[in-house]
Design a protein around this ligand. Structure first.
Ligand SMILES: Cc1cc2nc3c(=O)[nH]c(=O)nc-3n(C[C@H](O)[C@H](O)[C@H](O)COP(=O)(O)O)c2cc1C
Length: 187
């Protein structure tokens, strides 16, 4: 198990997963961590759909790629150049859906924080991840249509983002280069 700072320092976006399944205990621990995320006024505007059904992940990949080809050809081409799989053969994914909360700035921020909690909890358990916004373009607005209607997204909630989870195939990738110039310390 990595400590928090090590998990943050070694996390990177994995785009090539091997087929090993996620341990159920790890899925449960990540799910609990997601629920423990902070949110504005503790509104907890989210719902987390943890998918480890490989058939459903594959169906979502195919449908999302078809949508992407039409809505975002550049991203479609980029995904094709990376192997053609929007979900990079991930063993699991978490779809985060959320309620619209009128007048409250931050439901998007809340989901972003929960996303970070998920990727760091996963890394702490030795599980690699990739935040995947491209899939949202396909899922958002289609929550009641197949295959998204199998995600258990509650009525009134919208598909926001997916987090892919699994074990990296091959060598791990170096984390992105940090930019020290983006820090200011006032002492
Ligand atoms: C909100 C968000 C959406 C992202 N969407 C995608 C995506 O759809 N596909 C993908 O391969 N990576 C996606 N990424 C990963 C970023 O490309 C990646 O975090 C960035 O290049 C920095 O690299 P690193 O995560 O390896 O440090 C996303 C990241 C964030 C935070």
């Amino acid at each position: 198990m990595a400590d928090t700072i090590e998990a943050i320092a070694t996390r990177y976006s994995c785009r090539n997963f091997k087929s090993d399944p996620l341990p159920e205990a790890s899925v449960q621990a990540i799910a609990r961590a997601a629920l423990q995320s902070p949110s504005a006024r503790n509104r907890q505007p989210w719902h987390f759909s943890f998918v480890t059904d490989k058939t459903l992940i594959e169906e979502m990949d195919v449908v999302s790629m078809k949508t992407l080809a039409v809505t975002n050809p550049a991203a479609y081409d980029r995904t094709i150049s990376r192997g053609g799989k929007l979900f990079y053969n991930a063993a699991g994914l978490v779809v985060i859906s959320a309620q619209h909360i009128d007048g409250l700035v931050g439901s998007g921020l809340d989901v972003g924080i929960a996303t970070a909690t998920i990727v760091l909890a996963a890394k702490g358990l030795g599980i690699d991840s990739c935040v995947c916004a491209l899939a949202s373009a396909a899922g958002n607005g289609h929550e009641t249509q197949p295959p998204y209607n199998r995600l258990g997204i509650p009525e009134g909630y919208e598909y926001v983002i997916a987090v892919l989870l699994g074990f990296a195939a091959g060598e791990s990738v170096a984390p992105h280069t940090i930019e020290e110039g983006k820090l200011t310390f006032i002492r």
